[in-house]
Ligand binder design. Structure first.
Ligand code: HEM
Length: 463
């Protein structure tokens, strides 16, 4: 055995549950990971850990320590973790999962597609799509008495449609519902097969894996079709992003990319950019439905800022302060990306403990966003805490819906603009309320923080 291995230190100084205890609770942990994280954080504090199957794991829940992992010493951590390896089964080596030089050069190239000069177009597409949805829901309710709708499935399609128009092709005749279905099924499969709940028979595994490959083939087909159309010069309405990637493929831009790399970046943006936004919007609408006073205040703000203007533009967005605060607060309570993981590639010291190379470091925005030392009444929905005139801002690293540091979400500004534009347009035209007699939606911590079984709300015209 090499001397380094003998000398390798362990995270033994970190308190936490024993492997045996974890084994006895395995089923519950898989079923309700957020409860497990909250419970052990209550028991052991802001830094605790355990060892499973020889893998050392440390959970960190203090803004200063989170800052060290994601920003100050980010070079000592990689994305080579179980979470990202599972995602890479769909996305390949795209921005979300790659590291090092490849990640750096691709990020620099793709950053151009997220430039502020595209904000106005994004707001216009997002408002247009949200308006089309509100018209559709109006027509489904001629008596204005309210219809019961699974908002989450609507938001998934809406977010995919916006993504498609913004990033791939205005003209795309791609079947958005099919793409949503395929990506959702593929994401479900990787979660199921990672958790193996309930223990799957060989037959179920085989069938699942065949279904997964089939979904992947269809996603690839969508991507290759976009690329072929672009190459044939049929890409009327092709977007900046597709242009950038195709230029890299054809050697007209730096870095040059292979067809496989272009495919991986496109699939990464589809995966990273649609379910996250849809989930954020679904939970936001749920909170808005629950708090009719805030919904009314939003409508008052909208009518003051927009007057009789037919639609929303980028210019008005900064004045929709309450609408933005509602989105920020919803992202605090229900952060779609509830888990961020890193692997230490060299030894580090976190919170006074030695963290050996190879340790898995886990951060949960969901748990951090409810940390009582940094958030007053953390369980309460209070958009005012994001109003700079009324509230004391919490430390930057206590609020991480989009991560932080060099791996900060590339789409964070887009996601905020898109969410505010969609929410403003929907609330302007529709009234959302809880469905009497329906149970509260349950959170399901999958790849993102999903509402289990959809999110059903009563929707009627606003006036
Ligand atoms: C509310 C919506 C969104 C949320 C909550 C969200 C959240 C996040 C988080 C937490 C990360 C960092 C993960 C880590 O550090 O391990 C991330 C990364 C990323 N996100 Fe988002 N995201 C959202 C929307 C979007 C959109 C709209 C796009 C693109 C269209 C996008 C593309 C990406 C990409 C490519 C990365 C990897 C960036 C890198 O490592 O360079 N996201 N996102």
């Amino acid at each position: 055995m090499p001397v380094q291995a003998l000398l390798r230190r362990s995270v033994a100084s970190v308190r936490g549950p024993s492997s045996f205890e974890l084994l006895t609770k395995l089923h519950r942990i898989k079923e309700a990971p957020l409860e497990f994280l909250a419970e052990y954080t209550r028991d052991y504090g802001d830094l605790w850990g355990f060892t499973v199957g020889g893998q050392e794991v440390v959970f960190v829940n203090h803004p200063d320590v989170v800052r060290r992992v994601l920003l100050d010493n980010a070079r000592s951590y990689s994305k080579d973790t179980f979470q990202y390896r599972q995602l890479a089964r769909i996305t390949g080596d795209g921005l979300l999962t790659s590291d090092g030089e490849v990640w750096f050069s691709h990020r620099r190239l793709l950053q151009n597609a997220f430039h502020p000069k595209h904000y106005a177009e994004l707001v216009s597409i997002a408002s247009e799509e949200a308006h089309a949805l509100s018209l559709h829901l109006h027509s489904a309710d001629p008596r204005k008495s309210g219809v019961i709708v699974d908002i989450h499935s609507r938001m998934l399609r809406l977010a995919m449609r916006i993504l498609e128009r913004m990033f791939f092709s205005e003209d795309s005749s791609g079947e958005v519902s099919q793409l949503v279905e395929d990506t959702e099924a593929a994401l479900d499969y990787i979660v199921q097969s990672a958790l193996q709940i309930p223990p799957l028979s060989l037959w179920t595994q085989l069938r699942g894996s065949r279904g997964f490959k089939h979904r992947l083939r269809r996603i690839d087909c969508f991507v290759h079709c976009l690329m072929r159309q672009h190459q044939k010069g049929n890409a009327r309405g092709a977007t900046k992003l597709l242009d950038l990637l195709m230029a890299a493929l054809e050697g007209r831009a730096e870095p040059a990319m292979s067809e496989h790399q272009v495919r991986d970046e496109i699939v990464t943006l589809i995966i990273a950019g649609h379910e996250t936004v849809a989930t954020a919007l679904s939970w936001t609408l749920y909170l808005v439905a629950q708090h009719s006073d805030i919904q009314e205040a939003m409508r008052a703000e909208l009518s003051q800022v927009l007057g009789a203007a037919p639609s929303l533009t980028l210019e008005e967005l900064p004045r929709l302060k309450l609408t933005r605060s509602v989105v920020e607060e919803a992202l605090r309570l229900f952060p779609p990306a509830w888990l961020i993981t890193r692997r230490a590639i060299r030894e580090d010291v976190l919170g006074g403990h030695i963290i050996p190379a190879g340790t898995l470091v886990v951060i949960s925005p969901y748990i951090l966003h409810r940390h009582a030392a940094f958030w007053r009444e953390p369980e309460r929905f209070d958009p005012m805490r994001f109003d700079p005139l009324h509230a004391k801002t919490p430390p930057r690293f206590a609020y991480l819906p989009f991560g932080a540091g060099p791996r900060l979400c590339i789409g964070h500004q887009f996601a905020m603009l898109e969410s505010v534009a969609v929410l403003a347009t929907l609330v302007r035209h529709l009234r959302f309320s809880l469905v009497p007699g329906y149970p509260r939606p349950r959170m399901q911590a999958r790849v993102t923080l999903q509402p289990h079984g959809g999110l059903w709300l009563q929707v009627q015209p606003a006036q």
